[in-house]
Design a protein around this ligand. Structure first.
Ligand code: DOR
Ligand code: ZN
Length: 436
């Protein structure tokens, strides 16, 4: 890793939705901060500075992934805070929010502090821990939110499993308000999804697999929206995957509810057909849905119903994945493919470049209430450079994550992050790479 005190990023296409900017420009980084922004060619290279000419490729605020699983503590063979943040950097992310389903579960200050200490020492990205809603994420007793907040948690979630008990969810929404912690809902009605391993429909029947109906997600979103509205608290819905989920959130927003929602790149890039002949690399929860769901997710991203794109990066080893489909663990890695998959929507004219950056940087920062998401002068130099035309093959040998459970292995992509800076420090440098 290189750390240069003065760096001039010259002649990029600056896309900064917070300032409604999309124009050629230069950025001067001094001691970890964005010290000056100017028109292309307007900032002279100071003698002591390193200067990189970007030749018109995108210069954007550092991407923020508000939903990843770093697996440390407890499952370091799948990913660690060091490897997960390195993977984030390679994908263009400067910050990640990590879910609490580690071992032990992050339901107390010692786990939160451990994560933050490790991230400060070894991290290649900023790490924002998400604490558990309930002790051990068991859904019976609330965790200590004051303690989690003081230790540095930014939100609470029992992600990986739903909060089945409505009274507990109500209390979580109320209690989190006293500590200014966002509640993130993993929306799943377990009595409907129980034992399901893929989307429910004709395909699951044909494959002989137990299905997870779309309504399992929608009923829980409906409940959580109702509870959040009743107690007057905001709520964030994680990884939405169905047409009706988009619609529910659209209607709630129209009514003025304080709801935000994220989806993951696989839900706008793949359908249940990717399960193919029992490909466990297409198994995750919620599952891949059908073409009309995918179309609705795309429309939700376009029209502002869905606020953020988060990867749900969920590393698992061959031990959990190279087994019978119904025995395989849920989840796929996503940090290295989010940018190219989202760029595909830009090429299809579903998203503008500015909207893409809003979804991957500005909105996650706003929803979590953390720094970043903008290239305003005086902000920390968390910066991503994206070459939208760079072609590459996502090959197994090139995977940065410790795990390689991705349905996108072998795909040929156009566009990727080529340079990532966190607080002015280069955490990923792919500018020198040759094309495949
Ligand atoms: O596919 C998933 N993987 N969904 C979840 O909710 C949890 C995650 C994991 O931790 O592997
Ligand atoms: Zn989840």
């Amino acid at each position: 890793m290189t750390f240069r005190h003065t760096l001039l990023l010259r002649n990029g296409r600056i896309i900064d939705p917070a300032n409604t900017i999309d124009e050629p420009g230069d950025l001067l980084v001094i001691d970890g901060m964005i010290s000056q922004r100017g028109k292309a060619g307007s900032i002279a290279c100071p003698p002591e500075a390193a200067c990189i000419d970007l030749q018109g490729i995108w210069l954007v605020p550092g991407l923020i992934d508000m939903h990843v699983h770093l697996r440390e503590p407890g499952e370091e063979y799948k990913e660690t805070i060091a490897s997960g943040t390195r993977t984030a950097a390679a994908g263009g992310f400067t910050a990640v929010a990590c879910m609490p389903n580690t071992n032990p579960v992050n339901d107390n200050q010692s786990v939160t502090s451990f994560i933050l200490t490790k991230a400060a020492a070894e991290g290649a990205a900023r790490v924002y821990p998400v604490g558990a809603i309930s002790k051990n994420s068991r859904g019976t007793e609330l965790a200590e939110y004051g303690e989690l907040k003081r230790a540095g948690a930014v939100a609470v979630s029992d992600d990986g499993r739903p909060v089945a008990n409505s009274q507990l969810m109500r209390r979580a929404l109320e209690y989190s308000g006293n500590h200014d912690l966002l509640v993130i809902s993993h929306a799943e009605e377990s009595s409907l999804s129980e034992n399901g391993v893929m989307n429910e429909g004709p395909l699951s029947t044909r494959l002989g697999l137990r299905g997870i109906p779309t309504v399992a997600e929608e009923i829980m979103i409906y409940r959580d929206l109702a509870l959040a509205e009743y107690v007057g608290r905001p709520i964030h819905i994680a990884h939405i995957s169905t047409r009706e989920s988009v619609d529910l959130i659209r209607r709630a927003k129209r009514k003025g509810c304080r709801v935000t929602a994220e989806t993951a790149p696989h839900y706008f890039s793949l359908t249940e057909e990717a399960v193919g002949i029992y490909n466990t690399r297409a198994k995750m929860n919620p599952p891949l849905r059908r073409a009309d769901d995918m179309a609705a997710i795309r429309e939700g991203l376009r029209d502002g119903t869905i606020d953020a794109i988060a990867t749900d990066h969920a590393p698992h080893s061959a031990m959990e994945k190279d087994v019978e489909f119904d025995q395989a663990a849920n989840g796929i890695i996503g940090l290295e493919t989010a940018v190219p998959l989202t760029l595909a929507l830009v090429r299809e004219n579903i998203l503008t470049p500015a909207r893409m950056i809003e979804l991957l940087s500005l909105q996650p920062a706003r929803i979590l209430g953390v720094a970043g998401g903008t290239l305003t002068e005086g902000s920390p130099a968390d910066i991503t450079v994206i070459d939208p035309e760079k072609k590459f093959v996502y090959a197994k040998e090139d995977v940065v994550s410790k795990s390689c459970n991705s349905p996108f292995l072998g795909w040929e992509f156009t566009g990727r992050a080529v340079l990532t800076l966190v607080g002015g420090r280069i955490t990923f440098d792919g500018l020198g790479q040759t094309e495949n």
